[in-house]
Structures are given as C-alpha cells and as structure tokens.
Design a protein around this ligand. Sequence first.
Ligand code: ADP
Ligand code: MG
Length: 402
Amino acid sequence: MQHFQRTSAAVSPYFPVGGPVPAAELVGRESYLRRLVERLEDGQHVLLAGPRRIGKTSIILEALRRLRRRGAHTAYVDCLGATDVRGLGERLADAILQNLSGAERTFEHAKAIAGGMRPTVKVKYEHVELALQLARETNAQRFFEGALDLPQALARRTGKHVVVVFDEFQAAGRLGPRVFDVMRSRFQAQRGVSYAFLGSEQGILEELFSNKGRAFYRFAVPLDLADAGGHRFGIDPDDWLEYLRGKFAAKKMTIDDASVDRLLDATGGHPQDTMQVCAALYYLMREAGSRVVSGELLEVAYEQAMRELERPFALHWAELGSHKYLQQVAKRIAHRAVLYAADADGGAVPRPEVLRALDGLRLRGLVVRLGRGRYDFVEPMFAEFVRRIDEGMLTAGIVPSR
Ligand SMILES: Nc1ncnc2c1ncn2[C@@H]1O[C@H](COP(=O)(O)OP(=O)(O)O)[C@@H](O)[C@H]1O
Ligand SMILES: [Mg+2]
C-alpha cells in the first residue's frame, strides 16, 4: 500500500517536478510567453538560453501549444537525444511530419513507403509525400541537409507558418565539425519558418549567437529568461505567492506571506528547487494531517527536497572535479570567502587560475558575478550543497542511487 502511494506520487506529484510542466503550473511566465509567441508569429528567430531547470522547455512547449491553436505548424526537437547528424535529421523529420499525420515517428513510415510498402489507414501517402525523397537518401550529410529543408517544404505545401524549436541546441555542435554552419546556411534562405533555439549551456550559446564569425551570429533575438522583469529567474515573487496560496487552498491548507518569503529566500526562487520544496511540504502535511504551513514544517520539507536534489547536484559537482581548481573556487564562493587569498583554505590558487575558474563556473551557468570580486551561486540550494560537501556532511563523489 505504501509502495503504491509512493509510486503514484512520483508519477503525478501535486507540485510537478522534473520535466516540462503544463500551463497551469507555469508560475509567473505569462508576459514572457506573450512576447515569445508574438516574436515567433512575426517570423523572428529567438534564443532562449539559461541555467538548467528554470523552465525553458516548459515555456516553449506552452508557446507551441498556443501557436498551434492560432493555426501554425510546429516542431520540437531535443538535440540531446541525437547521436549523429542523421539522427538529428530524423528527429526533425518526425516532428515536421507529425503536423500532417498526427502521429509520432512518422518518418519510419515514410521509409517503409519509400521502400515499397503500402500506406496504412493511419499513415497515408499524403502524410509522408513531403519526405519520400529524403527517405531514400543514403548519404548522411545530404540526408541531414535534406531534413533541414523540410520545415520550409511544409510551409510551402500548407501555406501555414511553421515554428521549429531546437532544445539543448548546444548539443548539436557535438555531432560534427560543421553542423552549425550547415544549419545556418539552410535556415537563412527559408521563408515562412521561425526558429527558437534553447539551451542550458549559456556560455556556448551566447558565443555562437553573438560573436562575429560564429555560425549563428545575430541570427536570433535573445529573450532573457533568467532576469526577465528584473526578478531572479524572471519570476515575480507575487506570482509565486498567488500560485502557492491557490494550490494549498485547493487542498484546504494555508500558507501565509511570511512562509512564502522564507521559502523563496531558501530557494532563491529557483523554479525547480522551489517546486521541489513545495512538493515535499505538501506530502509532509498530508501525511501529518497538518492544515497550516509552519516554519518547522518548511524546514523539514527543505531537508527532504535537499536529499532529492542531491543526485543532480552531485553530478554537477563531479563534473567540476574534472577541472583543476573549479571545486576549490566553488567552495570559496559558497562560503563567501575571499576569492583571491593566496593562503585560503584548500591551499594557494594562483590569481589567473581563480579568474579562469570563475569564468568556467559562469560558463556552466552555476555562478553569477555580482560586482567586483563578488560572485554568488545561481542556485542557493546548490550553494548549500557545496557547503555541506565541504564540511563533510555529505560524501562528495558518491551519487545517491535514489
Ligand atoms: N514557471 C515555473 N513555475 C513552476 N515551476 C517551474 C517553472 N519553471 C520550471 N519549473 C520547475 O522546474 C522543472 C523543470 O522545468 P523545465 O521546463 O524542464 O526546465 P528547463 O528546460 O529549463 O531545464 C519543472 O518540472 C518544474 O518543477
Ligand atoms: Mg529543458
């Protein structure tokens, strides 16, 4: 029985955590969404770069739902899943054909039909006609380029505007030496298609889109999410307040303003960390039969959420261990210690190395610069994790198996 409860909570938790969330759970993004949809509808290309787990994918999926309701065709491609350019091309082909067939993985059918199979009731000839020639292409590079032309072909054929999203776009660059150049040269000539590029490796993306000489120089308008409206992570604390009150009230529970403030202080308003603490809090209260959020309950929920976040945090931490000084400088930031002190804890780090490490932490989207020599973690709970590791409260390097 207990086991059943746990799994059902994990499948659809009251505060969803982990993947893209439905529109009703998307706190504080309305004005951003409107801007995003407007731009894409106007035929502009946009860049949406920001740290992990702040809601990029959730936002773009909702934007695509809205665009479809307004009559556009859409395609969503996650670049992280592809292992070569052919794979990336097939994902794009699937996403484009889905507009016609209504089914996922339609490109498989296109290949079968190109090979002489009969169309089925579900997937008809006209659903795949657009990609039949592509389905016969054996050369990987030509295949990739052909796939990149599909959005334009769909726009021409249907007369509808097509919006294509590449999520975790920086990962496409790892599929080959000239992937970005090829993409840009194809996209550039297209009409009736807008592109949205998303990614969590902010440094790589910003360079790709804003350095002269790089493939996507000035190709897309960057729409800053992390700092939209001047709020941390771009979400107005008042929107959190309203959402949390409503969510708890729907379960006949109450949360007061002071508790919301404490909660947002602890998580820095980081979207997933905040949702994680709320989920823990809600289930804790339900089990204990409590009706009112208290400071004590909040503390227990925070610890529970911290344990749940240990795994992703440990992965970040381990990755930092592959470079000299990154962990050491990260610890100094977490403790708000003097960054350049020659004789600081953990031994001497030469000044140029400190600077290099700071850059590395910023490029990874883990750390922001507040001012001269002042840096802070983007995610307060990750900072807390680092302090705990440093103080030996956690065992670094051991990734919990949960
Ligand atoms: N606006 C938001 N309101 C509430 N929770 C959010 C919001 N954005 C993100 N989250 C939380 O973060 C998690 C990850 O969101 P996701 O869209 O996958 O982020 P990203 O693509 O930036 O990594 C969601 O499951 C949810 O718990
Ligand atoms: Mg994402």
